[in-house]
Design a protein around this ligand. Structure first.
Ligand code: SAH
Length: 462
């Protein structure tokens, strides 16, 4: 982060504005809204600026000449003369007073973000000076997502904080209450529709029936194949409610960061032959955290019920009567297929698709190869890289055409995605040359022919 966004309290504090033109007036409007007492230093000032000075503010109709700066909480330079702006900036910084020079990030010790003002809810968007236009674009998105009525929502909630604190002393319990009220009741829609009485009734009801908001729960969440954008809305919503997040190697970078900042994050490993935490221990941990009343998000790569041992993880919870939810995710096969330009079925090439585990035990694979010979069926092997040689040779041995197009998709949907296309006979050699890194998915069938035409995602198309 190049800048730390903070919210500066200016109510009743003095701020110096150097400059009196249109640009300075724009800043003055903002400062005025934040309750600052303005002093303006400029030979001439606009009429509006004169009005904004208000009570206690002064207009010094001189030019900048190193006037004393004590007593100012912040200083803004908005003159058309860069040399003057620089002098103001230097003088302020010598005295450690926050200074902003309009449109000149190099001279600023703070920058003023684009703002969505739903006071008391205030949202600030900054591109750290790299693209004010982008920041404004984001601001307009946020403006439409949080209409004016959110001011009422924030005020309503703020006015009841103290009341709740008197009734509920524990901080965590209060947080759960607010989350329940905001996420799971009609309170926000009611307030946006100006139905204050209804909102009050909802608040009272939630307060009277608080028990439901403190029970532990486990959310078994499919986080998709890697690209964080491939999470579902539900996955994101539940992830952001969790007190504890358990995740493993297959959960894409950037996904865990979407959890609450204060949520505890536990890495439970799991890469081939490197089980950071054995499955039984993961199951026991989920159960015990939920029984302590925690809300636990268990993030799984892809879909929790496709080679994810999701079933085992909830069995114990079910037996113990712990509340849980299972959230489907985009499985690696879908991710690799779509981002790799390899439709899993296709009118001309494949009428069915099979997901198969290629996980080897003691270097053998106990599969009925004779079932996999249908030339119009696509085969997708998960965990198939270590067993690639056995898979390819067994299929050929059982009678599948050695010329069958075959691809290994490495790190599907991530920026490092590569698609290594070959045939059943040559895929081993291709893999030996290219040395793809886990996770990889093996796709076998005529649909792989489509990759050169439909592969759209750069990653690197090999
Ligand atoms: N539940 C997961 C699969 C877990 S098994 C799902 O639905 O996707 C783990 C295997 O999934 C890996 O060995 C690999 O074959 C595959 N896999 C997961 N993510 C992948 C990715 N981004 N790219 C390629 N293969 C992936």
């Amino acid at each position: 982060m190049d800048y730390l966004p903070i919210c500066l309290k200016l109510q009743g504090h003095k701020v110096l504005l150097v400059g009196g033109g249109i640009v300075a007036t724009r800043k003055a409007r903002l400062l005025h809204r934040a309750g600052a007492v303005l002093d303006v230093l400029a030979p001439n000032i606009t009429e509006e600026l004169a009005e904004l000075l208000g009570e206690g503010g002064n207009h010094y109709s001189t030019v900048w000449a190193n006037q004393p700066l004590q007593g100012y909480r912040a200083i803004i330079a908005a003159t058309p003369d860069r040399a003057v702006n620089r002098e103001v900036s230097e003088a302020a910084q010598r005295q450690h007073i926050p200074v902003n020079v309009v449109d000149d990030p190099d001279l600023c010790s703070f920058i003023i973000p684009a703002i969505v003002d739903r006071t008391p809810l205030v949202m600030a968007i900054s591109s750290s000076g790299s693209s004010p236009v982008l920041a404004r674009r984001v601001r307009s998105d946020i403006e439409s997502r949080y209409p004016e009525g959110y001011a009422d929502v924030a005020r309503f909630l703020g006015e009841r904080r103290e009341q709740l604190a008197n009734v509920v002393t524990e901080e965590r319990e209060r947080r759960l209450f607010w989350e329940h009220l905001i996420d799971e009741t009609e309170l926000v829609p009611a307030l946006l529709a100006q139905q204050t009485a209804r909102a009050q009734a909802l608040f009272d009801a939630a307060l009277a029936n608080r028990d439901g908001t403190q029970r532990g729960a486990v959310y078994l969440i499919g986080a998709g194949p890697g690209d964080p954008d491939l999470m579902t809305f539900k996955a994101l919503r539940l992830l952001q409610r969790a007190d504890v997040v358990l995740y493993d190697r297959l959960v894409g970078p950037g996904i865990v960061e979407m959890a609450r900042r204060d949520a505890e994050k536990m890495y439970v490993g799991k890469q081939r032959a490197e089980h950071a935490m054995p499955q039984s221990e993961i199951n026991a941990t989920l159960l015990s955290l939920a029984q302590q009343g925690k809300r636990v998000a268990r993030l799984k790569g892809g879909d929790p019920f496709i080679f994810g041992r999701g079933g085992e993880e909830i069995e114990g919870l079910m037996a113990a009567g712990v509340e849980f939810e299972v959230v489907p995710g985009i499985t690696a096969a879908s991710g690799a297929a779509c981002y790799g330009g390899i439709p899993l079925t296709h009118r001309d090439y494949a009428q069915s698709v099979r997901f198969i585990t290629g996980h080897t035990r003691n270097y053998t694979l106990d599969l009925t190869w004779a079932d996999y010979l249908n030339p119009s069926e696509t085969l997708v092997f998960y965990m198939g890289l270590a067993g690639l040689s056995i898979i390819a040779q067994s299929l050929i041995g059982a009678g599948r055409d050695p010329e069958t197009p075959t691809a290994v998709v490495e790190k599907a949907t991530l920026p490092q995605q590569r698609v290594l296309a070959a045939t059943l006979a040559t895929i081993e050699e291709r893999v030996a040359q290219e040395q793809p890194q886990a996770p990889t998915l093996l796709i076998i069938g005529d649909v792989v022919r489509l990759h050169p035409t439909l592969g759209w995602y750069d990653g690197v198309s090999a």
